[in-house]
Design a protein around this ligand. Sequence first.
Ligand code: FE2
Length: 382
Amino acid sequence: MTTNTTEMVFTNARIVLPDEVVEGSLLVRGGRIADISASKASGGIDCEGDHIVPGLVELHTDHIEGHFVPRPKVRWNRHAALQAHDAQIASSGITTVFDALRVGIDEDAALGSADMTAMGEAIASATSEGRLRAEHFIHLRCEVSAADVMESFEALVENPRVRLASLMDHAPGQRQFVDLAVYRTYYQGKTGMSDEVFDAFCARRVRESEDYAPGHRLAIAKACRERGVTLASHDDATPEHVAEGLELGVAIAEFPTTIEAARLAGEAGLSVLMGAPNVVRGGSHSGNVSAADLIDIEALDILSSDYVPFSLIQAVFLLAPKIGLPRALRLVTLAPARAADLSDRGAILPGLRADLVRVRAGQADEVPPVVRGVWREGERVA
Ligand SMILES: [Fe+2]
């Protein structure tokens, strides 16, 4: 057996540790962090005063879909689509990513169950063949109100990259869209449905939710617990939603829609996740509680890039003046790593993986930070 002892030094860097920033140098040996020192090293990579931060950990991105369907009805080669997605992920400073694949399809979706299974297979084969820059896992986004959710779930859950699943119910009138008037504006605006068609659509979706959601939610949660797949609740709005999640064994509350639900979830030991685009844009598209509100009351643990990979690092530098860079970074590194049971990464500490990002801060709100280099287990990937 050979031991990898290759050494690499980053110097003249602002190294962001979990609770402080150290100006100095960082030693990497054999793909792991070996030492942090507050002095300048001779030789190595001169970071010119840039920050060195842990590789970001992203738990919920559906960004892959746009590469697979770049135009309506156009299916791109799935392996090439994955590589294009992966390149953007890595160059945004993300070294661990959970690609969200939809399970249980809503009718306006461009992609079906077979597409999702094919994307999942592409992720698994590219990973085992070492073709990807970031480390990819799969997050199954399970729409429990859909008639076909169990069939799609069973087709995907055996994929070895699946490590996380969320339980969603997007039927109108509850959770994400408690206010039907807001839902009407959003959905009719998106689809161009007439009032009559919209009303019939809502009635059908509510009926489906009543018929299918309770049984599917239980069955999927049970299957995930048995396989050690981490569970997340989605769009919790009420104390009942939080209690239900706890009973099912969820570890993460994704996108709670009210302060009450977020606070209760946090108090019960769940990790509360919100979208980084919400921080960057300064609000939510459906008028629900914002990430910034939750940060103010210390009820937010994790940010996810959702639909814009670069929003993660951008949000960190927008939040840093207010809450400090170490805390802002924990939202996108240590907290998501711990929530997903990845104990070997998420911080710059001796012994952890050398997943590292060299980043130069932006200027005020207008000019975003620049990712200048990304290393995964000590190997440069972007
Ligand atoms: Fe949602």
